[in-house]
Design a binder for this molecule. Sequence first.
Ligand code: RIB
Ligand code: CA
Length: 321
Amino acid sequence: MKVVIDTDPGGDDAIALMWLASLCHQGRLQLSSVTTAAGNVGAEITWRNACGLLGLCDIRQVPVGIGEAVAATRDAAEIHGEDGLGGLSGALPEPPTHTLKPGSVDLLTTELGDTSKAPSLLAVAPLSNLAGAETSAPGILHTASQIIIMGGALSGGNVTPAAEFNFFFDPSAAAAVLAASDRIKLVTLETSSGLMLDRDLAMQITSGFDALPAARFFRELCAFMATREAVFSGRSTVTGFPVHDAATVAWLAYPELFEMQKLRVSVDTGKGDARGQLQETDGPHAVECNIATRVDAPALLATMGRDLRMLFEQLSMHASQ
Ligand code: RIB
Ligand code: CA
């Protein structure tokens, strides 16, 4: 199974990428390309973060596209840190010199245009790149075998009371993408917010790997994200953080953990208080979308933990060779 991920690393994006890396090393999927976007932090930083995370996880020869720089309406540095990774980006390997930096829209269009690939596409950032690919090559989003998106909120947002961050950041792109393909599976905030990676689980996942850079990075990132979650949720007792983006990896590799329902929805593309709001509606702009309605969160987190430990075992073997 070939996979492309569009991402804006970001702490929860990093967990998703590390989970994907584990599945690659297990031979269960092939990461064909990574396209990055401005979102949590600026486009240059998310590109460097994606390159560094792939290097940290010994994933080589995977092209990484860079998104368009945008005058950010709003980023999420207060959640993810100014560098997008809790101040830990300095611990990541530098992108090899002469690393190519293709535009994400071009790379995505090329990947989706190669019908021999028909990749599964995971989208865990604002949907600007997917909308850009559809604009440059109408119908291109139909060539993905499936598109699994983390975005939208049906009952209360995380960046405004109405909207989830990815849909708020580029609402027109969200509306265009949902309308462009009948192969979309959508994980909204209602489902992803229950996927709390807490300190105990992070310690279990990394125990015995203290000397491994990837394990140390993972543990320290989780500690940072949990601290920020406690501050922004206003719940000082919180000891974990929601791994929103990892839900797309779970739906790809372990679909049995999810239940979904086909709903008719629309995205508010205005500039008012409802900007980016996802609504269930039968109105004229409504499109049908498969939306996750339930996830077995304990099983998902346990499976993620098992796969991440397998990644650390694999990386430890690589390091000893
Ligand atoms: O609202 C959660 C989403 O916004 C996640 O993709 C997170 O990384 C941020 O980009
Ligand atoms: Ca993200």
